[in-house]
Design a protein around this ligand. Structure first.
Ligand code: NAP
Length: 267
């Protein structure tokens, strides 16, 4: 792979879902490297807290309150961001929701609403900002999940929404090969955020022993933009877990069934 570097100094970055968690951590990490940050989410009070911290180091940073479930609002929002931020060099599609629900209790409506926020909204935003990103030889960072590559218990529609985002990202990385636009898929494992405490979810099967702080993701994402890495895992050891799965998917899923049974028995 050819050596590349991507400096965030002076760049305009839009990060969705930055009222907390991974989005806020990336916003602060990128601002510390000289970028001006645009953040958006639904909760105005939480955005205001993040923006206050950002503006201490990146004074022109700004925020927008938006519900990305409203897909028809996304193209006009993209125009507004470009006008008010002065263009977008880096788009981080981070906003997302979990859905920990056993398939026997999952409704079609739930499945479709997860797809809307986790897949259709980042696609809409990417398409709306793409002409500007191409013009500026920008970067697209899609926050997917290890769930896209594994077969976790009670996460069928969540994992499917992330797998869709991953497949979309792989394909556009190919389509955009001659444009100068970098495409990156980031698969967090278990980062300590509100995602694991949101209502309307069943008890998870993840181990809290392996949980790492949200800001663990900042350096790996910057490194991916710098060296052109297309897919990365945080923590990195998940890459080996996924590689192991694809050497023998049957054995891996059989092992996951045994793990799920064991966790349930211990409750
Ligand atoms: N934490 C992990 O271990 C982990 C693992 C795999 C993947 N991920 C992915 O990482 C991303 C960030 O998650 P997180 O862990 O940081 O969880 P989080 O703390 O719950 O953050 C999710 C963010 O998305 C925003 N959001 C949710 N629905 C939205 C909507 N309809 N419109 C606009 N914004 C919306 C939330 O803000 P508001 O509520 O204010 O709207 C929040 O800022 C997600 O895509 C998640 O799937 C996380």
């Amino acid at each position: 792979m050819p050596a590349m570097t991507y400096s965030l100094e002076g760049k305009k970055v839009l990060i969705t879902g930055a009222s907390g968690g991974i989005g806020a951590a990336l916003a602060e990490g990128f601002a510390a490297r000289g970028a001006t940050i645009g953040i958006c989410a639904r909760r105005a009070d939480r955005l205001a807290e993040v923006l206050e911290r950002l503006q201490k180091i990146a004074p022109d940073s700004r925020s927008w309150t938006i519900d990305l479930n409203d897909l028809d609002g996304i193209a006009p929002f993209a125009k507004q961001v470009e006008a008010e931020l002065g263009g977008v060099d880096v788009l981080v599609n981070n906003a997302g929701i979990p859905k920990r629900r056993h398939v026997t209790r999952l409704t079609p409506e739930e499945s479709e609403s997860v797809m809307r926020i986790n897949y259709f909204s980042p696609v809409r935003l990417t398409l709306a900002l793409l002409p500007g990103l191409i013009e500026r030889s920008g970067q697209i960072v899609n926050i997917s999940s290890v769930a896209a590559r594994l077969g976790p218990p009670i996460e069928s529609c969540y994992a499917a929404s992330k797998a869709a985002l991953t497949a979309f990202s792989e394909c556009i990385a190919v389509d955009l090969r001659d444009t100068g636009v970098g495409v990156h898929i980031v698969n967090p494992g278990v980062l300590d955020t509100e995602l694991f405490h949101l209502p309307d979810n069943e008890p998870g099967f993840h181990s809290t022993d392996i949980m790492v702080p949200a800001d663990t993701i900042v350096e790996p994402v910057i490194a991916m933009m710098n060296d052109g890495t297309i897919e990365g895992y945080v923590p990195e050891w998940f890459k080996d877990v996924v590689a192991n799965k694809f050497t023998d998917t049957d054995a891996f899923i059989t092992g996951t069934k045994a793990y799920a049974t064991q966790v349930e028995a211990a409750r």
